[in-house]
Design a protein around this ligand. Structure first.
Ligand code: UD1
Ligand code: CA
Length: 478
């Protein structure tokens, strides 16, 4: 919280999010506010912003796709516990004023209300804090912006400096249509006032809708000051109405993240070709080549290098590790046993696949077309080519040959393979779990191993090679 807010610290913040609209121009079966931006639903961004503002209560107005929208938020644990989450339904949708009217029964009287839209995802908390400060617990504060082309927006009508009204495009006179200052759709208003004004709305206008924006007139009539807090950042007030706008905002968001990373010292080969769909923490001297996608929670330690075209989800990659191009790292839930760990100085890829529960120690090498799932590899273990390690515990310095696999699944249950330290597994071996390969042992190439092997032994399990001398090939019968 900034210092400016402290004077109103005793005034709780209640957020109202309008999300009942249809979103026809998305041309999608999915309700508009559930479309994803940077890996989170549009509405989730707005809810997370409310959380960042320490809102006491968040009330979401739903209508089109209400069941789906409510289920998606309620099931999201991040939305739980931080504030009191309510849903109110607006059916049918008779305008923004009518939408907010539905919240009156759940709105408390002692708060300041911030009205947001579920399809405006990138408003920054500090902008809203400034708006709340401008409302000062008594005034009606509007977030406004100057647009060279204000077509379609509600215009801010002033007399001198004083805001007198918001006039919608369809109700505006030609002169009013020339006003370039528009209402963003975001306001902060004391709850008691809001309730009084909502009760006075009518739909006598060009669209026969109940306009929330008409409360400005009532504030003026009641002698309540109306303040316009102007932003110059169009991204923060931009709504998503179409796939084109969604993609534009996605890029704007990614650009913002890329710049934050570069300011911390991360070297991005091209900030326009990075996608962070979650959180990415980087140590000093990290470099990331083009077209990498980071999902969930990813941590890259000091000096980590990520090659081009990697997809990395829920992983912690320690200092000095190198992730070569086209590597896919897909960890499970952050903090769970399924999250992925890559040790210091490890070399992964190109074309490697790390699945949930891969825990790789320092200096482990995982090469091309190697898949690792739910397995622990100790320091210095190597699987350099074309291999599968599932449900395995691999000791230090083990060398796991090309084409070898753990047969970890018997069709009903998964079993563990233990490969002790300093073992060499030849090429093309099948290790049928449950199984332990004793320390320092060697398994000959092409072996199918179904029983434990003793330490330090060479174990070979394949048909002995025979040669029949002077072999005559069959010839065609006449
Ligand atoms: C509204 C403002 C306009 C402002 C613009 C900014 C009004 C009357 N006008 O315009 O001054 O410049 O936003 O984008 O408020 N919604 C509901 N129920 C409804 C109608 C809308 O939940 O009955 C939701 C929509 O889903 C959307 C938000 O409210 O999230 C805004 O609705 P939209 O139709 O985009 O507002 P406009 O009338 O274009
Ligand atoms: Ca709109």
């Amino acid at each position: 919280m900034t210092g400016t807010l402290d004077i109103f610290a005793d005034m709780p913040l209640d957020v109202v999010i309008m999300a009942a609209g249809k979103g026809t121009r998305m041309k999608s079966k999915l309700p508009k506010v559930l479309h994803q931006l940077a890996g989170r639903a549009l509405l989730q961004h707005v809810v997370d912003t409310a959380a960042a503002l320490s809102a006491r209560q968040v009330t979401v107005i739903t209508g089109h796709g209400a069941t789906e929208v409510e289920a998606s938020l309620a099931s999201n644990t991040r939305a739980r516990g931080q504030f009191d989450l309510n849903f109110v339904r607006q059916e049918p949708q008779l305008g923004t004023g009518h939408a907010v009217q539905q919240t009156v029964p759940v709105l408390r009287d002692d708060g300041v209300v911030v009205v947001l839209s579920g399809d405006v995802p990138l408003t920054q908390p500090d902008t809203l804090q400034q708006l709340i400060a401008a409302s000062a617990g008594t005034k009606l504060a509007l977030l406004t912006i100057d647009f060279a082309d204000p077509t379609g927006y509600g215009r801010i009508v002033r007399e001198g400096d004083t805001v007198k009204a918001i006039v919608e495009q369809k109700d505006a006179t030609p002169e009013q249509r020339r006003i370039t200052e528009v209402y963003s759709g975001i306001m902060a208003v004391p709850a008691v006032r809001l309730k009084q004004w909502l009760a006075r709305l009518d739909n006598k206008n060009a669209q026969a809708e109940y306009y929330l924006t008409d409360i400005v007139k009532f504030a003026v009539a009641d002698g309540v000051p109306v303040v316009a807090h102007k932003t110059s950042d169009a991204v923060q007030v931009a709504g998503v109405n179409s796939p084109v706008q969604l993609a534009e905002l996605e890029r704007a968001y990614q650009k913002r993240i890329a710049h934050q990373l570069m300011e911390q010292g991360v070297r991005l080969a091209d900030p326009a070709r990075l996608d962070v769909r979650g959180s990415l923490q980087c140590g000093q001297d990290v470099s990331i080549d083009v077209n990498c996608v980071f999902e969930g929670q990813v941590t890259l330690g000091e000096d980590v290098k990520v090659g081009a075209n990697c997809v990395i989800r829920n992983a912690s990659i320690a200092a000095g590790a190198v992730i070569h191009p086209f590597t896919h790292i897909e960890g499970g839930a952050p903090g769970s046993k399924d999250a992925i760990e890559v040790g210091a100085g490890a070399l992964i890829g190109p074309f490697a696949r790390l699945r949930p529960g891969a825990k790789l120690g320092a200096e482990v090498h995982i090469g091309n077309f190697v898949e690792v799932k739910n397995s622990t590899l100790a320091k210095g273990a190597k699987a350099n080519h074309l291999a599968y390690l599932g449900d395995a515990t691999v000791g230090e310095r083990v060398n796991y040959g090309a084409g070898s696999i753990t047969a970890n699944y018997d069709g009903a249950n998964k079993h563990r393979t233990v490969i002790e330290a300093d073992v060499h597994i030849g090429s093309n071996c099948v290790l049928i779990a449950p199984l332990t390969i004793g320390a320092g042992g060697t398994v000959g190439g092409g072996s199918t191993i179904a029983k434990d092997t003793p330490p330090l032994a060479l174990t070979v399990a394949r048909a002995r090679q025979t040669s029949i001398p002077n072999w005559k090939r069959p010839s065609k019968q006449k």
